[in-house]
Design a binder for this molecule. Structure first.
Ligand code: ADP
Length: 441
């Protein structure tokens, strides 16, 4: 603003001819010389003065409507303008003796006689400064109002974003491995944050599931190791006991020796079966391989007939294998299923009055192989658990027959590998019927 003013006034000064300045300073008359230029200069300034090289200052004009004192600068400042030909800033803002603020503008002019002089004009800044002050006040107040209004408008928006976010942060901080069921609030009124919460909750759920699975696997493993060691310890302790008896002199008595050897033989058989079962189960868990071939279950059972009769002893066996479609199965594994079920039927039936029926039946898109006996049956409370590992219905009786409670667990795993299932119907004292079902397709 000041620069513009300076530039405008300097061009007004320039539009006045040097003769005019001479006449003006000498006789104070401006008539007939550059009247228009001088008039427009007078209209734009409050004072005009002329400074000669010797330091003489002639006051040429003082605005009658605003009679301010003509500003006077120290002599050396004028001298500097004469020397350099221009002012450092082009203008100066000063406070005159009556404390009015004036903008003083200088212009070095060459006179007709070859001399130089300085034309000094001044502009009253009182109004400009007041205007500046007003504008500044308006700007400050306006900015404050804009800030407050902006904050008021933005506050709800800020609240809608920040509050749900901080709630989420609080919840996330509470979550740890023992506390995975915690969920983030997912209806907080902000679509993006709600989506984030839903995604986060999904991830938490997946983590929780895999943690639970991991825990379950660890627990199963712990139980399995405990059960297996317990089962292995029992026959080993028995063998150890018999050996002790023999070493302490029992070996010399033929009847004691025979009894101990017989017992050790049956204990080692049990040990053998247990280790075999454990191996079979481990193999099935580690690499559940299945070699499916097409064939008839009836044929497989017929092949096994001599072996089954041998295991059954004096028990009677009935076969009903008329319904015998071609299906896909793993012959080795199905052999093991039949053997497990048949051995159980033998174990839990009377050696002389036992009846065992093996049947095949095609029904509802599957082939059902059943092994039925008229043995001891299973107590109702045991039925839901008999397919669990190491579960024995009547431990004392089962142990007598040598089982460790793994046979049915293995059978169930084999059936699941085939995409089939196993069922049981049993009545205590009447007998049991085990049925394995395989899909015909
Ligand atoms: P084990 O090798 O000890 O026989 P299984 O897994 O084959 O173990 O059987 C688990 C339990 O189911 C047995 O301890 C027994 O109580 C019961 N069970 C299985 N088959 C029969 C059956 N044919 N008659 C009566 N109880 C049976």
């Amino acid at each position: 603003m000041y620069d513009k003013k300076e530039w405008g006034i300097q061009s007004l000064i320039r539009s006045v001819s040097p003769e005019s300045w001479i006449r003006w300073k000498e006789d104070g008359s401006t008539e007939k010389v550059d009247v228009t230029a001088i008039k427009s200069l007078e209209n734009n300034v409050v004072t005009i003065a002329f400074i000669e090289k010797d330091g003489n200052v002639s006051d040429l004009y003082v605005n009658p409507s605003r009679p301010l004192p003509v500003p006077k600068l120290p002599q050396q400042e004028y001298g500097k303008i004469f020397e350099t030909g221009k002012m450092t800033d082009g203008y100066k803002i000063i406070r005159d003796e009556k404390s009015n603020v004036q903008m003083v503008i200088y212009q070095l002019v060459g006179l007709a006689d070859g001399e130089q002089g300085i034309v000094q004009t001044s502009v009253d800044l009182t109004e400009t400064l007041a205007l500046q002050k007003n504008l500044l006040t308006i700007y400050v107040i306006g900015s404050l109002i804009a800030l407050i209004v902006g904050m008021l408008i933005f506050r709800p928006v800020l609240k809608r974003t920040m509050v749900p976010l901080s709630r989420m942060v609080n919840t996330v901080e509470r979550i740890h491995s023992e506390n995975l069921s915690e969920r983030l609030p997912n209806k907080q009124g902000s679509a993006e944050i709600d989506r984030l919460a839903v995604a986060f909750n999904g991830m938490l759920k997946r983590i929780e599931t895999s943690f639970a699975l991991e825990k379950e696997i660890q627990e199963q493993m712990r139980r399995f190791i405990a059960d297996a060691s317990h089962e292995l310890r029992t026959p080993l302790t028995a063998i150890h006991g018999f050996l002790e008896v023999l070493l302490e002199g029992g070996a010399g008595k033929p009847d004691q020796l025979k009894k101990a050897l017989n017992s050790m033989y049956s204990e080692s058989e049990r040990l053998n079966k247990l280790v075999g079962d454990l191996l079979a189960m481990m193999r099935m868990e580690r690499s559940p391989e299945i070699r499916m071939t097409s064939g008839n279950l009836g044929e497989l059972i017929c092949q096994m007939e001599p072996q089954l009769r041998m295991i059954a002893g004096a028990r009677r066996i009935w076969f009903d294998l008329s319904d015998d479609p071609v299906i896909a199965f793993d012959p080795d594994k199905m052999k093991q299923v039949i053997l497990n079920l048949f051995q159980n039927a033998v174990q839990y039936t009377d050696p002389s009055k036992g009846d065992i029926r093996i049947g095949l039946e095609k029904r509802a898109g599957e082939i059902r192989l059943s092994v039925q006996d008229n043995g001891t049956g299973i107590k109702e409370i045991h039925v839901p658990h008999i397919f669990e590992r190491f579960y024995r219905g009547e431990p004392s009786r089962a142990r007598k027959y040598g089982g460790a409670g793994l046979g049915l667990a293995i059978t169930k795993s084999i059936m699941e590998l085939h995409g089939g299932r196993i069922e049981v119907e049993s009545r205590e004292g009447k007998g049991s019927l085990f049925r394995v079902c395989l899909p015909v397709s």
